[in-house]
Design a protein around this ligand. Structure first.
Ligand code: SF4
Length: 406
């Protein structure tokens, strides 16, 4: 049986191209038992859509998400009553399930709410555009430096108690800027731009730093992918210049639903991750939150940042294909999709198949009509009748000691 040369064997003098993603170095920020940044695997988050006052519904929603791999769950907290309810939710989770890292979303004039909820959650997310909300005046079209600074001072006073509380409890804060809700003074000063988003985050970071608090995660979400890309890139660049190393939480807001929602999220989140930017992600779909988790993992798996499932390599099929590729891929997947960590290729023919298996651990390749060949890496191990292909593939994996029962 033949063994194919590895591509690098034939090009010994060419320097190998680096295919690894080099992640931006960030400080570790602890959120319950999960660490964001500091070289830890990219963390997957989502948000329940139950009303936080519905304690049992929220506990069930959080549990559902956590059980399928969501590592940090966010709840919305529009009032002090909701903030108190989070305390009950946390207790009930611990009694009936297990502690789950929780984040509370605090919006308009949220100081009192944030202070209450900070007692119960592991991280508080504030939106700089709304935390101290200045009502837009219809006749205003600019801010003087004095007005700008006056509001800055009000923000500092309002933020300080929350920062002190989080600092003393060893908890974290997300400074979550949204393109759609920039503060008016930022809009007038920097425009509706990525610069305005970055300056908005930096203002809050500086206040936190002056209070000796650095358990920060930053996000700069937008519903338009090019805006979101520019904002995160600029933030990473500005932080590098300023010697800041805060982890980034990536997301495309209002991505919508279905195929386009997933593609839009992947275009934004995946592009940045490929550049090494991003420490935690949330895919925001207008669907049940459980639908977001597989998308997150697929993005991370495709980029080789996390391995949470079997990686299947399959050719698109063409006139040379020797069997029904779609059916066989489905069968192979059914039989092996619990073998997390393996790469398995299903290729239609031996002409191009073995060379294009991308160094899969095992290959199932059309050999001649009615027969397939099984590969271990680049080594052809045996030719078997097609109707025994899947069974023999399992036998091969078993013989290698890499099989586990589903
Ligand atoms: S591997 Fe063979 S069957 Fe599959 S697309 Fe390529 S040439 Fe066609």
């Amino acid at each position: 049986m033949q063994t194919l040369p590895r591509p690098t064997d034939s090009t010994p003098n060419q320097p190998a191209v680096d295919t690894k993603i080099h992640r931006r170095q960030t400080r570790p920020v602890q959120v319950g038992d999960v660490t964001i940044g500091g070289g830890h695997p990219v963390v997957v988050q989502s948000m329940i859509n139950e009303d936080t006052m519905d304690i049992d519904g929220s506990v069930a929603g959080i549990r559902r998400l956590h059980e399928i791999g969501c590592e940090i769950v966010r709840v919305t907290v529009p009032s002090v009553g909701h903030a108190k309810a989070v305390g009950e939710i946390k207790q009930k989770l611990a009694q009936t399930y297990q502690p789950v890292p929780l984040v509370a979303d605090v919006h308009h004039n949220g100081m009192k709410i944030a202070l209450e909820v900070a007692k119960h959650v592991d991280k508080v997310r504030i939106n700089p555009g709304l935390y101290v909300f200045e009502k837009p005046k219809s006749d205003r079209n600019e801010y003087t430096q004095a007005e700008f600074d006056e509001i800055g001072e009000k923000i500092r006073e309002t933020l300080e108690p929350l920062v002190v509380s989080l600092r003393e409890q060893g908890k974290a804060m997300r400074i979550g800027v949204n393109h759609g809700s920039l503060a008016e003074r930022m809009l007038f000063t920097y425009g509706d731009t990525p610069e305005g988003m970055v300056e908005s985050a930096l203002e809050f970071i500086r206040i936190c730093e002056s209070l000796d608090f650095q358990n920060l995660v930053i996000s700069l979400k937008a519903s338009r992918v090019p805006v979101m890309l520019a904002a995160y890139r600029l933030m990473a660049q500005r932080m590098d210049e300023l010697g800041m190393d805060y982890p980034l939480h990536l997301g495309v807001t209002e991505a919508g639903d279905g195929e386009y929602g997933r593609i839009k999220s992947t275009a934004g989140i995946g592009t940045l991750l490929a550049e090494g930017i991003g420490d935690t992600i949330r895919v925001s779909l207008t669907e049940a939150p459980e639908k977001e988790i597989p998308v997150c993992y697929s993005i991370l798996q495709a980029l080789g940042l996390r391995k949470t499932m079997v990686e299947y390599v399959a050719c698109p099929s063409c006139g040379r294909t020797l069997f029904n590729l779609e059916d066989v891929l489905h069968e192979v997947r059914e039989a092996t999709n619990h073998l997390t960590g393996l790469d398995i290729a299903v290729m239609g023919c031996i002409v191009n198949g073995p060379g294009e298996m991308a160094d899969a651990d095992y290959g199932y390749v059309g050999k001649q009509p009615g027969y397939i060949s099984l590969y271990r890496g680049r080594e052809e191990v045996k030719k078997v009748p097609e109707d025994q292909g899947v069974e023999e593939l399992i036998n091969l994996i078993k013989a290698d000691g890499r099989w586990i029962d589903p």
